[in-house]
Design a protein around this ligand. Structure first.
Ligand SMILES: Cc1ncc(COP(=O)(O)O)c(C=O)c1O
Length: 393
């Protein structure tokens, strides 16, 4: 299916033509995702289940899953049922683990019908899946979420073996795996791992073997080899972003995949002493050439970037000016070659306005910055510097 996805895309020339009309867009370097996936795989030596929730951390769900499928990825993980449905509707063979909770009867039927693997941690949910499976003459697949100390969701580790055994006994349900989430605190994480392994041991003593045991997200991939088990679940690292400097120091080499670009919408001269945009937060200290970009906090630019943002234009880093509007972002264009339509890199792959640096400037987590990118912005996917796919929501 993934080959068909890429074969059905417009030609590189057509994609470049359409890009000329974009006011703001994201460019995703698939070679960097390949680099990250390869390095994660080599590091852990076990199966990798990329986390593609939240629109693949802003990178665009369907093209990213298509690409991962070309790289031999067998499983992906989502947080919303709708995302799981979109992957199945696109016809991918990749197995999808859905973390979303189900409330309505038709949702239980839907996941069984579509072959989505469902996260469960109560007998009630498993029984509802079992009923749907029996009605449809199909088998429901589940991963059981075990709470090993995070106290968010999941069956308490002390009760997990009994629940998994019971679910496994339901005729229409197959337990494919069990997973848990670390707190990302070394001491507590050692305890959490012991708890999950104890569940596994108890299950084995009762004659139940669970195919996949999983504990690690990116933090575990960086720092906790004991927690790799049968499958790891990296999100942010797959997209080439280190949440913190200690993560880069772990030695795992990553390359940021995403760039945010915009075209200059309007250029004007502002006189010394004049302010720009709301509340007069920037007053020109001299006559300045000011450009307006057509993107703002609707698109994910933090409002904390007021007067602090850095963009790359005509090979130079220039400063943002004044407050960030919902749909406008003002930048200093004094001394650079830029007109209406000139391309500006708002978030670059590296350097002073990398995603990490931009988040740091705003006082945001890298996670927040990635996960607030407007899903309606077009996404363009590159391989060997050629545009190979397009997402125009
Ligand atoms: C259960 C689970 N596993 C894995 C991940 C991926 O986390 P990260 O992006 O830190 O790798 C997440 C994301 O929050 C998650 O909820």
């Amino acid at each position: 299916m993934s080959e068909r996805f890429f074969a059905a895309q417009p030609s590189p020339e057509e994609i470049r033509r359409r890009m000329m009309g974009y006011t703001s867009w994201l460019e995703i370097n698939l070679d960097n995702i390949e680099f990250n996936l390869r390095n994660i795989r080599e590091r852990v030596g076990v199966e990798v289940m990329p986390v593609v929730k939240n629109n693949a951390y802003g990178h665009g769900l369907v093209p990213i899953v298509a690409y991962l499928e070309t790289q031999g990825v067998a499983w992906v993980m989502v947080a919303k049922l709708r995302e799981a449905e979109m992957i199945k509707e696109a016809g991918f063979e990749t197995e999808v683990l859905n973390m979303d909770v189900l409330f309505a009867g038709e949702q239980y039927r839907g996941v069984v019908e579509k072959g989505i693997t469902q996260t469960v941690y109560t007998l009630e949910a498993a029984e509802r899946l079992n009923k749907a499976a029996e009605e449809l003459g199909r088998e429901a697949q589940v991963f059981v979420k075990v709470d090993t100390g995070l106290n968010r969701v999941g069956v308490r580790h002390t009760e997990a073996a009994a629940l998994i055994e019971e679910i496994n006994g339901l005729p229409g349900v197959k337990v494919r795996g069990m997973f848990s989430t670390f707190q990302q605190r070394p001491e507590e994480d050692r305890v959490a791992l012991r708890r999950l392994l104890a569940v596994d041991e108890e299950l084995r003593s009762r004659g139940v073997k669970v195919e996949y045991r999983s504990m690690s997200s990116s933090d575990g991939v960086f720092h906790n080899p004991d927690g790799w088990l049968d499958v790891v679940r990296p999100g942010i690292s797959l997209y080439g972003v280190y949440p913190e400097p200690k993560d880069e120091a772990s030695g795992l080499k990553l390359r940021q995949a995403l760039q945010l670009k915009a075209r200059v919408e309007y250029v004007k001269w502002v006189e010394e002493g004049e302010s720009v945009t709301y509340w007069g937060r920037f007053v020109a200290p001299k006559r300045m050439r000011v450009g307006t970009l057509h993107l703002g906090f609707y698109d994910g630019i933090p409002r904390e970037m007021a007067n602090k943002g850095k963009v790359l234009v005509d090979g130079q880093i220039k400063q943002s000016l004044g407050s960030v509007s919902l749909n406008h972002y003002l930048v200093d264009l004094t001394g650079v070659k830029a007109e209406k339509g000139t391309e500006v890199t708002v978030i670059a792959e590296e350097g002073e306005n990398s995603l990490y640096k931009t988040a740091e400037t705003a006082g945001w987590m890298t996670y927040s910055l990635l996960n607030h990118l407007n899903p309606l912005m077009p996404r363009v996917y590159f391989r060997d510097e050629e545009p190979v796919a397009l997402l125009e929501p």
